[in-house]
Write a protein that binds this ligand. Sequence first.
Ligand SMILES: [Zn+2]
Length: 543
Amino acid sequence: MKKKNVFAISALVSVLAHAQAPAPVFTPERFRAHVEFLADDLLEGRETGTRGHEIAARYVATQLAASGLQPGAENGSWYQPITFQMTTRGAEPSWVAIQGLAGEQRFNHADNVMVGLNSRESNFEISAPLVFVGFGVEDKRLGLDDYRGLNVKGRIVVALRGFPKGLPSEEGAHLSAEKARAAERHGAVGLLSIATLQSEKVMSWNRMLEYANDPAYAWVDTDGKAHEEAPGIRGRAILNGPAAEAVFAGSPRTLADIRQEADRAKGMPRGFALKTRVSMKVSSSWARVTSPNVVAILPGADASLAREYVVLSAHLDHLGIKDVPGANGDRIHNGALDNAAGVAALLEVARAAAAAPDKPRRSMIFLATTAEEKGLLGADYFGHHPTVPIAQIVGNVDLDMPLLLYSFTDLIAFGANHSTIGRQVAEAVAPMNISLSPDPMPEQGVFTRSDHYQLVRQGVPAVMLATGMANGGDKSWGEFLEGAYHSPRDDLSQAIDWKAGAKFAEVNYRITRAMADANTPPLWYQGDYFGDTFAPKAARAQR
Ligand SMILES: [Zn+2]
């Protein structure tokens, strides 16, 4: 080779070395292959504790291994095994009896009462006087104190479902999820919930009835006990129609009147002692199953940042096999979009990150959780038993049910307003001509309804990423939530846009890379409710 040519080549090499590393390629075919495997009928809906979910977990670990990642669970394993206690309704019916001046009215489970199961006590009866506690929420920073002036020690409290109108929806959804704990703090032994006009719109009684005979799951801790958020609240039930009205018998206000007040902006009915008491009987039986989270690590390339971890998570489990009226005999809940699609994106991001010539600076954890559909339990277990110190987990992006039925042009990052992750998401996807839109369904409280919330509760800034409402998204979302969501129809017969799948994978690659490569880790904003509640000592960013 002549000298001149050698010089030309070395000049070219130096240009390449200074240019950005080539962007990884995301193909519709790869994305589709993952979804088609995970949503196959042979996996029988990937329910927690079933063989179908085990096979799915094996697939995920195998793919991550083939992509060059390292096992990220204890003892060099890909799997974080979790024992779950499954509480099933007993042969005897559970019931609620309401006693007042006019005598006793008894309702069996699923007849205007929904009796909650208890993972610490399988068969028991309790009986106590009732105290109405409004919405039953309490939070100093938000100035909420539904228990002021009320004595509920040893009583069963009656609370409205949902949260006061006008409260920010994510804070409200969080406080709704904390009601049993608030009741327990005040010494109550039971919690009865009653719909408001608003909560009935979000989740109707008839919709709830569809889940009435599902078993309840709880993860079992190292002490062998099922994990209960509020073990002091022994009895729980949701009351409807005549059962809900009966507890207010003889009281100064009717339920209709209370519901009217609760329906007004900032309406917060004050609590008072009721003139009735309740006895309830809970009958159930227990079994235990195990099911793993799959955890992989890609070590960070920058020695000064590698001890910090960015977590990309997606739930692998779905609803398994169960009878569905009107599904033409199809019983398999394949969960193609919920959430084989999220897992496919996770696998593709992991592959691209491991293959990138410029490795991520921070370490990355890829977490495929179990038991999301049982109440975010796999993620909660990971939050309580993280495989790296929780303080070193600096941010989380969760993928749950990306709706890949249209060519999305915007994204929703649930939780974007709480930390700098929102900004990072917007900047990372702008070069793809994708914009970030605000939460289009605040009444649904999505921020507290997927896995990332369990890491938020451990102080980790997090978002849940979904495809947006633009470019036909609103119509697709509407139809999906009405029809295929949590039904056997969420399967491969849907017109899945595989190009949108590849795009979704690329979006998440860019976002998690931005989080992993930035000089500063994701930070909660100054004065943010969730940061102040769960990470009071962490560093803050200016909004
Ligand atoms: Zn789901």
